[in-house]
Write a protein that binds this ligand. Structure first.
Ligand code: HEM
Length: 415
């Protein structure tokens, strides 16, 4: 393969519009998995990196958290923004779990990890179901059609995560707007501006809000997750404002857009595969398998990155010390050596080894919560709604990080 051909293929990782054109993305990844599973990517907008496209190699990198670190480059950010941030002081806009390595990572994750254990999350089921029912009632109020993303999929997980954090409901719209702007960085319809200075202003808005929240929960602790974070100590010391604010930001953002993209993309997959929709309706016990398949199918988090501490060889390619690798989750989740017929959407898929939640010490903190939200939501939806159909062409967000559908027109009949 010529260098030009290879550049054409690897361009899908650095061109935000490629993520909105899944056929193009998957066509390129299919060839890369087969011929260049570890491919160097050079572009105008981002510093160079190596794209890891096979499932086994993604796991190998994630397992080796001693030689592949999250710091200093946990995700793909335009070089221009990286430079501005570096010029601004200590080099980071946020310091969250995804920016840390051990021992800090272990200590910070320990602050909330027991909150997210399966038993604790199960105890939230009734609350989550109430939120789901509220959104399905809203679908009923809208008559027989709506933009499912804007009316339902965005709001439901946001309500869940912000109520777990214990925020006031009147603040939800503001947090929603900030989340969209922070994550929709490459999509003109979603982001506040393409100007990096403006994008940093989004983060400052988040900070101001959350610094006030910490002060309040220290003065008046409650039993919500914000109080756990505000009153935590590490090595006997409370977390500083930057660390607490970063913690809320990671929970609020990671817990929202990911899940809403999975719900919307999951519904789209069901509508495009009516046999699978009928199968799930007829056999609700498939719920947990269906959820896992929806998350594999959508893979809303497109990438995370790691940086090598020394030369490391993956799939016979030596990655020099200090270089970064891009974990192509969406590609790994279509790896034909792992998934039987990976481009088939199968709500009964067993032994689903999807890696949409990552792997290893950074494995998604909210995975059990996200699974529960999807399972409960689809249980309630399929109980109440008939004749669900696509009512127009869906559109996807252009982003190199987290995203999926931004519009999904649907029609339906309430029971
Ligand atoms: C379908 C929904 C979701 C997907 C696909 C997803 C995906 C991911 C991925 C890929 C990672 C990085 C894992 C790695 O580096 O190996 C991650 C980390 C994380 N996720 Fe999720 N996530 C989802 C929902 C949630 C929810 C609901 C929360 C709520 C709290 C959450 C909180 C986090 C946090 C805090 C981290 C950082 C963990 C660490 O670095 O230790 N996520 N998630």
């Amino acid at each position: 393969m010529s260098l030009t051909d290879l550049t054409d293929l690897t361009n899908v990782f650095v061109d935000p519009t490629a993520y909105a054109d899944e056929e193009r993305f998957h066509d390129a990844c299919r060839v890369l998995r087969r011929e260049h599973p570890v491919a160097r990517v050079v572009s105008d907008r981002f510093r160079p990196f190596w794209a890891i496209t096979r499932h086994a190699d993604v796991l190998e990198v994630e397992r080796d958290n001693e030689h592949f670190l999250n710091a200093p480059r946990p995700l793909l950010v335009p070089a221009e923004i990286e430079e501005r941030v570096a010029a601004n002081g200590d080099g980071q806009m946020l310091r969250t779990l995804i920016h840390m390595d051990d021992p800090d990572h272990k200590a910070f994750r320990g602050v909330t990890s027991s909150w997210f254990l399966p038993g604790r999350i199960r105890s939230l089921e009734d609350r989550i179901r109430e939120h789901a029912i509220r959104y399905i009632d809203h679908m009923a109020d809208l008559g027989g059609s709506c933009d499912f993303v804007q009316e339902v999929a965005v709001g439901f997980p946001l309500h869940v995560i912000l109520s777990i954090l214990g925020l006031r409901e009147e603040d939800f719209p503001r947090i929603l707007q900030l989340t969209k702007e922070a994550f929709g960085g490459d999509d003109d319809e979603l982001s506040r501006s393409r100007d990096p200075q403006e994008q940093m202003a989004v983060m400052l808005d988040f900070f101001q809000y959350f610094v006030a929240l910490t002060a309040d929960r220290r003065a008046n602790p409650t039993d919500d997750l914000s109080s756990v974070i505000a009153n935590a100590t590490i090595g006997g010391e409370p977390l500083n404002d930057f660390d607490t604010a970063s913690y809320y930001v990671i929970i609020a953002t990671a817990g929202h857009d990911t899940t809403s993209s999975s719900i919307a993309g999951g519904l789209e997959a069901l509508l495009r595969h009516p046999d699978q929709l009928a199968r799930l309706r007829d056999d609700p016990s498939l719920g947990a398998h269906a959820v896992e398949e929806m998350i594999r199918w959508v893979t809303p988090v497109k990438e995370f990155m790691r940086t090598t501490t020394e030369d490391r060889t993956i799939a016979d390619v030596t990655i020099p010390a200090g270089d970064s690798v891009y974990l192509a989750y969406l590609s790994a989740n279509r790896d034909e050596t792992v998934f039987d017929d990976p481009f088939r959407f199968d709500v009964g898929r067993h032994d689903n080894k999807q890696v949409a939640f990552g792997y290893g010490v950074h494995f998604c903190l909210g995975a059990h919560l996200a699974r529960l939200e999807l399972r409960v939501f689809f249980e309630e939806l399929l109980k109440r709604v008939d004749d669900l159909e696509l009512a127009g062409e869906p559109s996807r967000s252009a982003t190199v990080f987290v995203g999926g559908l931004k519009h999904l027109p649907v029609s339906y009949r309430m029971r």
